[in-house]
Design a protein around this ligand. Structure first.
Ligand code: DOR
Ligand code: ZN
Length: 324
């Protein structure tokens, strides 16, 4: 049987939530990946190193496989410089742009001192890059902010999270210290999948999926093993009823590696998959991961309609690949 072996695959952007939902979703990622950067947009936000360490312990408690969770520090006005110095990843949410961004930055200039400290101590700035403008323009409107940050702090590694448009993809060649993550859903879907037929609330997320041309720009990066880009799922579970009321976030964790194998194979890009989900992240984040070989086999499996009250991406569909 055809197979693909992945050494320590890494999810560079993951939402694991807390409490019962954490217990439902964390084992799914821990089975498929050797580690992840875990997002801090909980209520209340993770804005101290103590809170990040306590959350990390809860994640580890919830899983039963070797898995390294790296919890990002949420950049709020309450964050202390001492904590920033001890953080590996600091997450910037502009105020109100997405789920859990109520503690985000109203004025990015408020954090200049912190950015300066970060570039001196080698912490990585992870950014949800969207403006408060019209929904389809929000990412493109953020491009000048990325450029300004990259220019002002040339030694600061800045990761443009879950890029969903060509305008942001084009920045990677312009600025040496700009990197990016790309999700599976932005590689797979466009606006037509979300609202071209019956509205599919399960494909609604921030940033929103966009045009075929935008998707082509992202595919070009992923399928060419472009070294400044790593896979970050942005898997973001919400209970079914909340999704049907329009909550933003796609629960993709249960289908990630099999769907990536299918997609890369369909585009004759299987050789680039390792760079995208394993090697590039190692170089960008310099993380120590438990050794873990994940084998994908070409055996079809059908995605369940619900997992612990959450509807996974591709529910009811059959994927051509499975985790062995
Ligand atoms: O769609 C999204 N959902 N985008 C984000 O940036 C946050 C996430 C969530 O936490 O639900
Ligand atoms: Zn996210």
């Amino acid at each position: 049987m055809q197979e693909i072996k992945l050494d320590s695959p890494f999810d560079s952007h993951l939402h694991l939530r807390d409490g019962d939902l954490l217990k439902t979703v964390a084992p799914i990622s821990a089975r498929a990946f050797a580690g992840a950067i875990v997002m801090p947009n909980l209520t209340p936000p993770i804005e101290t190193i103590d809170a990040a360490n306590a959350y990390k312990a809860r994640v580890i408690q919830a899983i039963d496989a070797p898995f390294e969770p790296i919890v990002a520090l949420y950049l709020t006005r309450r964050v202390k410089l001492d904590d920033v110095k001890r953080a590996k990843i600091v997450k910037l949410y502009p105020f109100g742009v997405t789920t859990g961004a109520e503690s985000g930055a109203k004025n990015i200039g408020d954090f200049d001192e912190i950015f300066g400290v970060m570039q001196d101590c080698g912490a990585i700035l992870s950014v949800h890059g969207e403006s408060g403008g019209e929904v389809l323009q929000r990412e493109a409107e953020f491009a000048p902010i990325y450029e300004k940050l990259a220019k002002t702090y040339p030694r600061l590694k800045i990761v443009m999270e879950h890029i969903g448009c060509a305008a942001l993809a084009n920045l990677l060649e312009k600025r040496e210290n700009l990197y990016a993550t790309i999700t599976l859903h932005h590689l797979l879907y466009t606006l037509d999948d979300l609202l071209g037929g019956a509205l599919n609330s399960h494909l609604f997320c921030k940033p929103i999926v966009k045009t075929a041309a935008d998707r082509a720009a992202l595919r070009q990066l992923a399928f060419s093993a472009y070294p400044k880009v790593s896979f970050g799922s942005d898997s973001a579970p919400h209970p079914k009823a909340a999704k049907e009321r329009g909550a933003a976030g796609i629960f993709s964790a249960p289908v990630l590696l099999p769907t990536l194998a299918e997609l890369f194979e369909a585009h004759s890009a299987t050789d680039a998959l390792r760079a995208f989900v394993c090697d590039n992240a190692q170089k960008i984040y310099d993380v120590k991961l438990p050794p873990k070989t994940v084998t994908l086999i070409k055996k079809p499996a059908t995605v369940p309609n619900e997992i612990g009250g959450v509807v996974p991406m591709r529910f009811g569909e059959t994927i051509g690949w499975s985790i062995a």
